[in-house]
Write a protein of this length. Structure first.
Length: 165
């Protein structure tokens, strides 16, 4: 009876070892497809940054449960992001989020990162605030966004990019 259990354990160990060394072509292919899709989205300026975590300058990070995003296309940037932090001047409409805006006049600059990915700087020209949006996109689709403002403390977000539907 001991020989049977030892036999089954050795067969199981042999199978686990063999599976560990099999090539993971499906995983590698999916990774290459994902990188190609992200590269295409950045090149065509047609993507959506989905914010999952807000990182205010002061206080603790906040997990976002609602669908907050930044939509980027060739001619429009639409922001629907929450803001947590200190304002240096009183807002015109206190009920409206300072990061809820649409811009059609903006500067857009892309810089390739050394280890893969992109640093994208968006400077809206037709909205009073924010001053600049800096988006870092990695090859795997994860991203971070830093928003600097004229009248508020900076805030950052972590999330991912996806294609527009």
């Amino acid at each position: 009876m001991k020989n049977a259990t030892i036999k089954y354990k050795s067969i199981a160990l042999l199978l686990i070892t063999a599976l560990a060394f099999l090539p993971r072509t499906g995983f590698a292919q999916n990774k290459k497809d994902k990188q190609a899709a992200v590269t295409n989205m950045v090149a065509t300026r047609n993507y959506v940054f989905k914010a999952q975590t807000a990182l205010p300058s002061i206080g603790t990070s906040r997990q976002l449960s609602y669908d907050f995003d930044l939509r980027v296309s060739k001619d429009t940037v639409v922001s629907d992001l929450p803001y947590f932090g200190r304002a240096y001047s009183a807002p015109v409409n206190p009920n409206e989020s300072p990061l809820h805006f649409t811009s059609t006049k903006f500067d857009y600059a892309v810089a390739n990162k050394k280890k893969g990915g992109w640093d994208i700087t968006i400077t809206p020209k037709d909205v009073q605030d924010p001053k600049q949006l800096t988006l870092t996109i990695f090859d795997n689709g994860s991203a971070s966004l830093t928003v600097t403002s004229y009248n508020r403390q900076p805030i950052s977000y972590n999330g991912y990019v996806t294609s527009k539907k």
